[in-house]
Design a protein around this ligand. Sequence first.
Ligand SMILES: Cc1cc2nc3c(=O)[nH]c(=O)nc-3n(C[C@H](O)[C@H](O)[C@H](O)COP(=O)(O)OP(=O)(O)OC[C@H]3O[C@@H](n4cnc5c(N)ncnc54)[C@H](O)[C@@H]3O)c2cc1C
Length: 478
Amino acid sequence: MSKIKTIAIVGAGVAGLSAAIRCAVKGHRVVVFEQGINAGGVSVSWNRKGYHFEGGMHWLVGSSPRIGSIYRRWKEVGALQDNNPISFQDPVYVYRRDGVCLNLWRDIDKLEAEMLEFDPSENKATKRFCRTIRQAISFFCAPGNARELLLKIVRTPVFALKLPGILKKNSGELTSMFSNPYLRGLVNNMVDPEQNAISLVYTMATFLGGDSGYPKGGSTTMVQNMLERAESLGVEISYRSKVERVLVRDGRAIGVRCNGELFPADDVIVTTDTVRALDTMFETPLKERWIKKLHVFKNPQTCMFLSLGVESELEGLHSGLRIETKYPTNIALTEHKSLWISIYRASETGYAPEGCSALTVILFGDSYDFWKSARELGHYKDAKEKVADFVIKVLENELPQLKDKIKVIDLATPLTYERYCGNFRGAWMSMWPKGVLPVSVPATCRSVKGLHFAGFRTQLSGGLPVALNSGYKSASAV
Ligand SMILES: Cc1cc2nc3c(=O)[nH]c(=O)nc-3n(C[C@H](O)[C@H](O)[C@H](O)COP(=O)(O)OP(=O)(O)OC[C@H]3O[C@@H](n4cnc5c(N)ncnc54)[C@H](O)[C@@H]3O)c2cc1C
């Protein structure tokens, strides 16, 4: 190693921790500035009245050696250890509509058989869809044996030729190849239907290729593991330290200003929401060519997140449910067709008091403006109660076993995420629009030496692996 540098890292989310660990391994002095009182950023879970709610990770890409490049990196930063073995829920979820249930199996042959049996008239669409997923598995997952290696060699060029066509559609459009609404619903509930179809195909390939499990203890244990690795390498983390400015002099980053004080550094890595950072952290706007392209990142992937403490283990229900309501429901001025439900039973996860379950519901959509105006009009708390009550009514209609069993109610809105992490419109990923090539933010700036960017906004559409890889990449450029 050449010179030992002092590195200032802004943000202690997964990207910030990943960058910090890599810099420290390279022998540098590292100080991480975190505005909040905890590390982890939006990869977070929280406790309420004996219940533990997982709010920032439902699956982890790279949780098995099947996606070896990411898995090795999770291991390297200490995120995956003996204390958080991975479980692979199968089926991934049960899709339910009008009382009909279909399983999204992890085995593509089993999934195909279920779909063909359910509606033989959809033979052509089912075969076409499953063929694409098989090719995507070979393309995205590492080969495990000679047969798989051979399949990879055969399938990869075919899939590469299909990619431009997939890229032109969003997930909803890709799955419209099914005229049967139940089959369409089964495969269209993996990612937000507005996301680019690549997100759907990639995510499905990771699940059906044997990856995307859930590490025991979820966000909390994973972040704690990374934190311990960072601290064991001498990384200093300064909490309640909001960085106001990245200091630039003569075309070089020279440190940060935090809580009114200057902290000199040789390099600065900004891991907070790139969109927000560019708007607020620089005295003179940066002159980077990629900034023009960044408008495609602006559209946030965000949600309302309802957490319920339920006095029942809800036996008979699968722990991953996608329930499609008969008609779209308007909630906080956003339209919802599907309820994404996760059930964490006390006996399986320890996330609830004995005999109980922690149940969470994700409601995708950008409801930021609704909540913002509710706050400005002084109705925010009221609106939260009303929205939570309404969603509970919809839920109880679908799952009558919840009636009179809900003891804890907690609703997070896009404003909660904005307040907690400072992200633009409460984003925790970006919406990747259809027809847009997979742009990414370079790890190092050209116009300002020693300035680097990382985090979920630096690559479409974001998520934990992007946070991990971008943090690692920015540190490698130091
Ligand atoms: C409900 C939900 C479910 C999700 N499910 C999954 C999933 O199943 N799989 C998956 O891969 N991803 C999932 N994600 C997304 C994933 O959690 C995030 O994309 C990832 O954690 C982002 O990490 P990050 O470090 O890039 O950003 P962040 O987590 O936003 O971290 C940025 C950090 O910077 C701090 N900060 C901000 N401004 C400043 C400042 N001025 N000074 C100092 N510190 C500052 C913030 O407080 C924060 O700690 C989910 C997210 C949510 C909310």
